[in-house]
Design a protein around this ligand. Structure first.
Ligand SMILES: Nc1nc2c(c(=O)[nH]1)N[C@H]1C(S)=C(S)[C@@H](COP(=O)(O)O)O[C@H]1N2
Ligand SMILES: [Mo]
Length: 245
């Protein structure tokens, strides 16, 4: 017990030290003993790395296959219930009628078609996706930088967090540093092809500074918020909000 307490205290103070030494801002989950991991990864990334440091990018020859994830796979009949009728209809029509709604702390809330998003800009990157379940895979992603979309929508100074919602009700939030990170893109293309349904068609988040589950697939809606929101309830169900890698 003493040993555990010592390790525990040591870790807490290491996190606190890193935070006070390197950071002006703590993660929104700071102060929760159960969320100490957030403090450490947040401090390490935000304090020790440059704020614009890029996640590692790979060569085309490094691209691997992607495992099929059952949960949230619209091609898998077993997970059909997770899907809305709305998504099925959009998929049937090859996503021609799909739009992304951008709402909240923006001067021009509205809906973007895929073509409108593509006109805003593009970035291509070959990166490694790391799932919390223990697998990782490398793919080439092309998409529009999230920061450019937020600027286009007239993001307001009060904005602090961006919540991204998928059609299957899956959702995550990220802060402004990650939202405007150059590798944070809304990807519509994977390995040179339209994003396959199972990987989140027609548009998914790629946030390369964080672990797999932050990369919301089947995007439907983005809400910019002036306060911290944990839209999936990750924290209450024991997951980390900040999962820096
Ligand atoms: N909408 C939605 N996004 C999601 C998920 C999901 O179930 N629904 N799963 C997450 C998890 S845990 C991982 S590892 C990746 C898997 O992405 P992939 O299916 O392209 O491999 O998507 C993430 N984004
Ligand atoms: Mo995952």
């Amino acid at each position: 017990m003493n040993r555990r307490k010592a390790i525990f205290t040591g870790l807490t103070s290491a996190g606190a030290l890193l935070l006070s030494g390197c950071l002006k801002k703590a993660p929104p989950t700071y102060g929760s003993i159960l969320r100490m991991g957030d403090d450490l990864t947040y401090a390490a990334q935000r304090g020790l790395l440059s704020q614009r440091a890029l996640a590692m990018e790979y060569q085309k020859s490094d691209i691997t296959s992607f495992p099929v994830t059952d949960i949230g796979d619209p091609a898998n009949p077993a997970s059909k219930n997770a899907y809305s009728k709305e998504y099925e209809e959009l998929q049937r029509n090859n996503f021609k009628d799909w739009t992304l709604s951008v709402e909240g702390c923006v001067a021009k809330p509205g809906k973007y078609s895929l073509d409108a998003l593509k006109r805003i800009g593009a970035r291509t990157q070959i990166t490694r996706h790391t799932c919390e379940e223990g697998w990782s895979a490398i793919a080439e992603w092309t998409g529009v930088p999230l920061g450019a979309v937020l600027k286009d929508a007239g993001i307001l100074p009060a904005a602090k967090f961006v919540c991204l919602y998928g059609f299957d009700k899956y959702a995550e939030s990220i802060d402004m540093l990650d939202a405007f990170h150059p590798q944070t893109i809304l990807a519509h293309t994977m390995n040179g092809e339209n994003l396959p349904a199972r990987n989140g068609a027609p548009l998914r988040l790629r946030v390369e500074t964080q672990i797999g589950y932050k990369n919301v697939k089947y995007l439907q809606r983005i809400v910019v918020s002036d306060k911290f929101v944990d839209p999936n309830g990750d924290i209450n169900s024991g997951w980390s909000w900040y999962t820096g890698i």
